[in-house]
Design a protein around this ligand. Structure first.
Ligand code: URP
Ligand code: ZN
Ligand code: ZN
Length: 488
């Protein structure tokens, strides 16, 4: 055998389907051998009593993004990716976000300029489509999909981002034709607006009313509507950051009907509740995100969705805003709930939290942990088999976990630029101690070993799972097949 650059020796290697005691041989940044007793490599890492997992893929995070609230994320591509890497994540897929009036192509160029000199992990981009003009839908979006930006997010709420159902049908139609994966922020805009107005009229301004104004039925209704629109167009869809049982049920039901509807959830829906928004004074602003954390019953429903396969991915939705005038409190120290920047941080703790409570707590096994945090995202977004699994031919993106290491979480130990963590004081068991990207050691026992700019851009292939099923919605007369004729 040609000599190996690196051997990760004596570990327990875990993929989405298998767990095996073997060494991992790496050459030229790729995994070239998985076997016991591999010959000595130029470099050796002893992984005895350690778990050798694929590096995580965080397929929903906001980095160096200017939000529709008018504030800049606290993390740029340097701090955001360093924080990701310390938490065992080796690839991120943040958003290149279009604001109305902007050219999508220029937006993408802009995000590349931000990421190239700073990223330490590899990265791809989802697009955010907020202005689906003829030019965007007819030219820019199809061309970008072909260039490797094969997924995009649309919003059913937020004044400056939302699409109406007509526009949703338009973008779904492009996704079908070009085989892109559509991600949907599903909440009923008018329900939120209506409750917000009533609450404010009655003088209810505190952060806790953010949760009141985003009822779970609004999430369930919009999720069901998005699924219906996807069924009409015959296109797969992923509902992001799911928190409500009604939404989980809608996804589960669609999957039972054979539709390619996928679901994503996040740590905040397992570990926080609406009570966190009810902390003293403005403290609750730290926990304001959309959809909001709900109650213990909803947490339990989210766990069940992770266990039974309703959820395909577990992402952070890291939306980092400092608790000051640059972020959460940009509209004043006593801003009303609807003027608080939405989002919570979580890029570094996503994997340790799920490992500790999910695997350690006996709710999911290690293989499902790997599927939820790496492999499925690679498959959904066209990065598989290069990313997301430990197998011959894949990039040597590896997180070596000490499953026994206990860590007490505090904002001080994290590497993001947020200044607080919603998980302060929690103890997690299991921590990624060594992190490799393309065979290079990026993190070694608490130290960053690479320079900003070492991360690479990853163009995404059209995802297999974005293929339409070739179905006609049931109420359409198949003999006429109007439905199929009217699609693009
Ligand atoms: O509250 C959240 N989730 N903020 C981030 C923006 C988004 O909608 O994903
Ligand atoms: Zn969203
Ligand atoms: Zn988000």
């Amino acid at each position: 055998m040609e000599s190996l650059d690196l051997v990760v020796r004596n570990g327990t290697v875990v993929s989405a389907s298998d767990t095996m005691a073997c060494d991992v041989g790496v050459r030229d940044g790729r995994i070239v051998a998985l076997a016991q007793d591999l010959p000595r490599g130029k470099r050796e890492i002893d992984a005895s009593e350690r778990l050798v997992l694929p590096g995580g893929i965080d397929s929903h995070c906001h980095i160096e993004q200017h939000s529709s609230f008018g504030v800049m994320c606290a993390d740029d591509f340097r701090s955001g990716t360093i924080s990701a890497a310390f938490g065992g994540t080796t690839t991120i897929i943040p958003f290149a976000a279009q604001h109305r009036g902007q050219s999508l192509r220029e937006v993408v160029e802009d995000y590349h300029a931000r990421a190239t000199p700073k990223a330490v992990t590899d990265y791809a981009f989802h697009l955010i489509i907020s202005d689906p003009t003829e030019q965007v839908l007819g030219q820019e979006l199809p061309a970008l999909i072909r260039d490797g930006y094969t997924s995009f997010k649309v919003y059913m709420t937020y004044d400056l981002l939302r699409l109406d159902d007509y526009q949703m049908l338009d973008v779904l139609d492009v996704a079908r034709r070009e085989q892109a994966m559509v991600m949907v922020h599903a909440e009923n805009h008018d329900v939120i607006r209506w409750f917000s107005r009533r609450l404010l009229d009655r003088g209810h301004r505190l952060p806790r009313y953010h949760a009141v104004s985003h009822p779970r039925i609004a999430e369930g209704e919009a999720t069901g509507r998005a699924i219906n629109l996807a069924e009409l167009i015959d296109v797969p869809l992923l509902i992001v950051h799911v928190s409500a049982e009604e939404a989980i049920d809608a996804i589960r039901d669609a999957r039972r009907r054979g539709l390619r509807i996928y679901g994503e959830t996040c740590p905040q829906y397992l570990f926080l509740t609406a009570k966190d928004l009810d902390r003293d004074g403005m403290e609750g602003a730290k926990y304001c995100c959309s959809p909001p954390p709900r109650d213990e019953a909803a947490q339990e429903a989210v766990w069940r969705g992770l266990e039974d396969g309703t959820f395909e991915v577990f992402s952070s939705d890291h939306a980092p805003y400092r608790f000051d005038e640059s972020g959460k409190l940009a509209k004043g120290p006593n801003a009303a709930f609807k003027d608080i920047a939405n989002g919570v941080p979580g890029i570094e703790l996503r994997l340790p939290l799920l490992f500790s409570e999910g695997v350690g707590g006996g709710r999911i096994d290690l293989n499902r942990f790997v599927a939820l945090t790496a492999t499925n995202a690679a498959r959904l977004y066209g990065l598989y088999p290069r990313k997301g699994s430990i197998m011959v031919g894949a990039d040597a993106d590896i997180a070596i976990w000490n499953p026994e290491r206990e860590v007490e979480v505090s904002a001080d130990m994290l590497h993001d630029n947020v200044g607080y963590t919603p998980y302060e004081g929690r103890t997690v068991r299991g921590w990624p101690e060594t992190v490799l990207i393309r065979g290079r050691t990026v993190i070694d026992d608490g130290n960053l070993e690479v320079e900003p700019g070492s991360g690479e851009f990853l163009p995404c292939a059209p995802p297999e799972r974005a293929r339409p099923l070739g179905r006609t919605a049931p109420e359409i007369d198949p003999a006429r097949n109007w439905h199929a004729d009217l699609r693009g």
